[in-house]
Design a binder for this molecule. Structure first.
Ligand SMILES: C[S@@+](CC[C@H](N)C(=O)[O-])C[C@H]1O[C@@H](n2cnc3c(N)ncnc32)[C@H](O)[C@@H]1O
Length: 340
């Protein structure tokens, strides 16, 4: 065997995986007229969406990736075409690429899915998603096994990086809300011998997590709690509540509800920790985070958020000292707040 151990940085894989969304976002923008609109008048997302007859939230998500690719820029909240856009993507430009882009409309299934989400603002039919099962709090065991294995693979490097963060010196009991395979609790238990952790999940996913926890040999300090985070009471008595890739699945309204439930479940001084890939403050990148946001548009009710958006949500629920730091695990950051 010549395999190497996992590290904290898997960004090459994320870049390759999420690059799949770049071209179809361009072919859709070409079809609906986004590039001409950007070139002809400065506008906010809402103004552009009204002019194009598309959903504003979805357009904002598309524009973040278009900007990250260098084909739009935003100043003081208003979008504009870049010189590259006016040179190659404006339908009246000498160098218009439209005929080439049109050739990729039929060959890429993501084109139709992205076009539909742009028009309706809702998730795409036909794109793999578990969001309806998550809303119900139940899913078939076979689906839970498949989705949990996927999450476990995509969170391994990130979990190793999270476990290196010094703030866990102050944490003795942590609950991972929507903790998937339990990989964050497993890595934290390995790194911090004094820490106990609970994976809070819908029942069928918690059963999968219990298998990963037992295989990692940390079942003496890591357990599971079967709780539907929307409809049931949350266990109390933990000094940190950790959420990884959970807020990005949901709308700002649902996230306010989750932050409120977290605040109610913590004792004064307790911490909330949001592990997310943050969009830049102007929402124009990073490229892979903007592409992840497009994936969330297709399959969930959410998107990637900026630090300011998450801070606003946490402060609205009563958290103080809200801060963010990159973890060193790919593109991820940890946003932390304290119950005053
Ligand atoms: C995107 S996954 C993130 C998994 C893990 N935190 C990670 O980063 O690898 C979202 C998780 O939230 C869980 N979840 C969704 N709806 C839930 C609900 N109603 N109650 C509890 N957990 C839920 C899902 O089962 C899933 O494991």
């Amino acid at each position: 065997m010549n395999a190497l151990p996992a590290s904290t940085d898997d960004s090459a894989l994320w870049d390759a995986w999420l690059s799949a969304y770049r071209l179809p976002v361009l072919t859709v923008a070409d079809e609906v007229g986004t590039f001409r609109a950007l070139a002809e008048a400065l506008g906010t997302t809402e103004q552009l969406a009204a002019g194009l007859g598309v959903d504003a939230r979805a357009l904002g998500i598309h524009l973040s990736l278009i900007a990250a690719m260098g084909f739009a820029e935003r100043r003081e909240g208003r979008w504009a075409a870049t010189a590259e856009t006016r040179r190659w993507l404006h339908p009246e430009a000498e160098g218009y690429f439209g005929p080439l882009l049109a050739g990729y409309r039929q060959t890429n299934a993501l084109h139709d899915q992205l076009l539909a989400t742009l028009r309706t603002g809702d998730k795409a039919e036909g794109h793999s998603s578990s969001v309806e099962e998550w809303e119900r709090g139940a899913m078939p065991a076979e689906l839970a096994e498949r989705v949990t294995a996927l999450m476990n693979a995509h969170s391994r490097a990130a979990a190793k990086a999270v476990a290196q963060q010094g703030l866990f010196t102050e944490v003795t009991s942590l609950m991972d809300v929507g903790g998937g395979s339990g990989i964050f609790c497993i890595e934290l238990a390995r790194a911090w011998p004094g820490l106990r952790a609970t994976v809070m999940e819908i029942d069928v996913v918690g059963q999968q997590a219990a298998r990963y926890i037992a295989a990692a040999g940390v079942a003496d300090r890591v357990g599971t709690a079967a709780v539907n985070m929307f409809t049931e009471e949350w266990p109390q008595g933990h000094d940190a509540l950790f959420f990884s890739n959970v807020f990005h699945d949901w709308s700002e309204k649902t996230n306010r509800l989750l932050a409120g439930k977290a605040h109610a479940a913590l004792a004064p001084g307790g911490r909330i920790l949001l592990h997310e890939m943050l969009l830049d403050d102007d929402a124009c990148g990073p490229m892979t985070t903007a592409a992840f946001s497009v994936l969330m548009l297709l399959g969930t009710r959410g998107r990637q958020y900026t630090f300011a958006e998450l801070r606003y949500c946490l402060e609205g629920a009563g958290f103080v000292d809200v801060q963010a730091q990159r973890t060193g695990g790919g593109y991820y950051s940890l946003v932390s707040g304290r119950k005053g």
